[in-house]
Every structure is written in structure tokens, then in C-alpha cells.
Design a protein around this ligand. Structure first.
Ligand code: C5P
Length: 215
């Protein structure tokens, strides 16, 4: 049934863990729209398309078949039937995904798939423009943020790495492009509740989102 929870925010704000957690708790599906932009980017890189050339990217954006599995305990993402869950988290995709996501034709294509996946609701959807563009009528809208240092710490730990400084640089560079682009920039949507997770545990963030869903 119809409930849609839109969770937007910056890179590494804890959106994925919190969104999956609240979906699991409430028995909802889960859609990771960032994974769709990452899958598009992975495919473009594999095809040898120059990802900094917006015209070249736009020309082929309709080609890959991108499918998302929406089980919060085991989300999947495939391109032309191939599971790319691991590949889309690599450095190459990290560096190219924000410029690719700024191409309007990429956004139009994925918007169509996102709305299809949302269907008649019962889902937590995370991204950058869910509450503003993809599903402005969402019953619950959350804008999740955290201090850059906290985000870099968490992301580095998640990836089992040690270079917090370079992780922070990469997050900030994506935020800069995501917030500054002309089409569907990262903004706080009308009606969104701001949750700052800097000093909250994952459980506390999930509790907060659950409360908002019950209001
Ligand atoms: O959420 P995640 O960090 O995986 O997203 C990767 C990138 O995909 C973001 O930095 C942004 O450029 C793009 N994105 C977007 N719109 C969304 C979700 C992700 O532009 N709704």
C-alpha cells in the first residue's frame, strides 16, 4: 500500500543504512536510486563512452537495461541482466557518477524507471531528488545530513579502508557537483524534515524515521 518515504541527503550521510533499516522494520520495499546512477555510469565506462562528454552520454543513455531488486535485506542492481552490486562501488564509478548524473537525458531515463519501481508505494526511496522531483507527493520526506568528517569516517570504515582524508575529498567533490547542477540539484525538498545524524547512532536514526512514518 501507498506509503512512500523519501530519504534525500549528501553522500555518506548514512542514507542507505537508515533507509534499509526503516524499510525492514516497517515491512516496506527499498529503492536505492544512487545505485541506478552508478549502474548507468558503470555501463558507460565499460562501453568506453567519455563520461565528461554530456552529448555522448545523452546519445546512449537509453541503451542499458537497469533493474533494481527492492528487498531491503538484499537489494540488487543489474545491467542487462548482470549483477553489478560490487563494481558500482569502485573508485572509477565514484569519480564519474556525479558528472554522469548531471546529464538531463540520464535523469529522464532513470526517473521513468524510478517511478515504475515505486508503483503504488509501500517503499523507502533514497537519493538526492526524491522529495523534490521523483515523488514530491511522498507522505514522509527526510533530508539526512552529517558533518563531512563524520561521513568520511563512516564511509572509510564501511569500505575497510584507512585513507579518511581522500574519502572526504571524494565525498565533498560529489556534493559540490550534485548541489550545483542545473537539473534536479540536491536541495531540501518542501516539507522535508531535516535529520542531522552526526551525533546519532544508526539505531537512533532508524527510530527517528520510524517515528516520522507513524506521525
Ligand atoms: O547515493 P550515492 O552516493 O550512491 O549516489 C551516487 C551519485 O548518484 C550521487 O553522488 C549523485 O551524483 C547521483 N544521484 C543523483 N540523484 C539521485 C541519486 C543519486 O544524482 N536521486
Amino acid at each position: 500500500g501507498s506509503l512512500v518515504i523519501a530519504v534525500d541527503g549528501t553522500s555518506g550521510s548514512g542514507k542507505s543504512s537508515a533507509s534499509r533499516g526503516v524499510a525492514d522494520r516497517l515491512g516496506l520495499r527499498y529503492l536505492d536510486t544512487g545505485a541506478m546512477f552508478r549502474a548507468m555510469t558503470w555501463w558507460l565506462l565499460r562501453e568506453g563512452v567519455d563520461v565528461r562528454d554530456g552529448v555522448a552520454v545523452a546519445a546512449v543513455a537509453g541503451r542499458p537495461r537497469i533493474e533494481s531488486g527492492t528487498d531491503p535485506l538484499a537489494p540488487t542492481i543489474t545491467v542487462d541482466g548482470v549483477d553489478v552490486s560490487v563494481e558500482i562501488r569502485g573508485d572509477e564509478v565514484n569519480a564519474a557518477v556525479s558528472p554522469v548524473s548531471a546529464v538531463p537525458e540520464v535523469r529522464t531515463r532513470l526517473l521513468e524507471l524510478q517511478r515504475e519501481a515505486i508503483g503504488d508505494g509501500g517503499i523507502v526511496v533514497e537519493g538526492r531528488d526524491i522529495g523534490s522531483v521523483v515523488w514530491p507527493q511522498a507522505e514522509v520526506k527526510v533530508y539526512l545530513s552529517a558533518d563531512p568528517a563524520a561521513r568520511a569516517q563512516r564511509r572509510t570504515a564501511e569500505q575497510g579502508g584507512t585513507d579518511v582524508a581522500s574519502t572526504e575529498q571524494s565525498l565533498l567533490e560529489r556534493d559540490r557537483i550534485d548541489s550545483g547542477r542545473a537539473t534536479a540539484p540536491l536541495v531540501m525538498a518542501d516539507g522535508a524534515v531535516h535529520v542531522d545524524s552526526t551525533h546519532l547512532t544508526l539505531e537512533q536514526v532508524i527510530d527517528r524515521l520510524t517515528e516520522l512514518a507513524h506521525e
